[in-house]
Ligand binder design. Structure first.
Ligand code: PBG
Length: 326
């Protein structure tokens, strides 16, 4: 081959300005949704750092409102809330109580920051004494249909509190339909559903379950969350949730499932979200703390990879930190 005949890809990599000109993927502040943990406690000044999620804490409502204000000054536009109730019971009643911890936090946040986009996670696992995402029968089986009404009640109570987006993560069949119907009947036809449509039974939720105190007391979640080995099944889940009325689809976790993000992106034209879960955050933080990875470069590369795979927005515990770099 003669000189000049081969591909000279380096021509467009020569300077930072040239590289920027041809860059295909860009992480934007509005793509990022920060996850927060809020605790029901009489101590208004409560903040407890989460050991497995360095930099993240469990907050009282007051502390959360203050923390979110600081993050918004840096450009944060959206967050998702997870609640730790004072008491748990087999029915997870704290999830759908009008004055439940998430409902209180949403109301206070929207009051303080009307422009903030507040996403609420619909699930029972943080509120049930057994830690499962639905009602459990005498044999320890998680009951699908009897759970749907409770999930619908949870969604409506969150919308009443002021939530902007309802995000069911429980993986019960038919929950999007049940939630859509209940929201519409309660007058919330304008509130979108971001379905955790493609949610795998993942080991990478470990730190979250410690942070949200939501590990199942017996068994595991493989009877309702997806098998990590499956990808065609993701299409069935996504199609079902769209048919039931989901406005946006989520794939979770992100990094071990980038092929699934791409597949969902290519097969559906609704917005797609990906969740960089607690274990992904913990892995990066641990390597960074050891000096094994450069913080800014590794975190931006991981998030850019998720966008490049096709995610329009990303739930991540890195959002606050990344906003300082964008
Ligand atoms: C369930 C829920 C979980 C996460 C978000 N919503 C945990 C689970 O399914 O066990 C995990 C998020 C993370 O690991 O960061 N309500």
């Amino acid at each position: 081959m003669l000189l000049g005949e081969f591909h000279r890809g380096r021509r467009l990599r020569r300077t930072p300005t040239l590289r920027e000109m041809v860059r295909e993927t860009e992480l934007r502040p509005q793509d990022l949704i920060q996850g927060y943990f809020v605790v029901e406690t009489a101590d208004k000044d409560f903040e407890r750092p989460i050991p497995s999620l360095p930099g993240q804490s469990q907050f009282s409502v007051d502390r959360l409102v203050a923390r979110v204000g600081t993050a918004m000054d840096k450009g944060l536009r959206s967050l998702i809330l997870f609640g730790l109730p004072e008491k748990k019971d087999p029915e997870g009643s704290g999830a759908y109580a009008a004055d439940g911890i998430v409902q209180q936090a949403v109301a206070r946040l929207k009051d303080a920051y009307p422009e903030l986009v507040v996403v609420t996670d619909v699930c029972l696992c943080e509120y049930t004494s057994h830690g499962h995402c639905g009602l459990v029968d005498a044999h320890g089986e998680v009951q699908n249909d009897p759970t749907l009404d409770l999930l619908a009640q949870t969604a409506v109570s969150q919308a009443r509190a002021g939530a902007d987006i309802i995000a069911p993560s429980d993986m019960m069949d038919g929950r999007v339909a049940a939630i859509r119907l209940a929201l519409d009947e309660a007058g919330f036809t304008h509130i979108p559903i971001l379905s955790y449509a493609v949610k795998y039974a993942s080991a990478f939720y470990g730190p979250f379950r410690e942070a949200a105190d939501s590990a199942p007391a017996f068994g595991d979640r493989r009877g309702y969350q997806m098998d990590p080995a499956n990808v065609r099944e993701a299409l069935r889940e996504a199609a079902a949730d769209l048919a039931e009325g989901a406005d946006m689809l989520m794939v979770k976790p992100a990094m071990p499932y980038l092929d699934v993000v791409r597949l969902v992106r290519d097969n559906f034209d609704c917005p797609v979200a990906a969740y960089q879960v607690s274990g992904e955050y913990a892995m990066l933080k641990a390597a960074i703390a050891n000096g094994w990875l450069d913080p800014k470069r590794s975190v931006l590369e991981a998030l850019t990879g998720i966008k490049r795979a096709g995610a329009d927005c990303i739930i991540t515990y890195f959002a606050e930190e990344v906003l300082e770099w964008l």
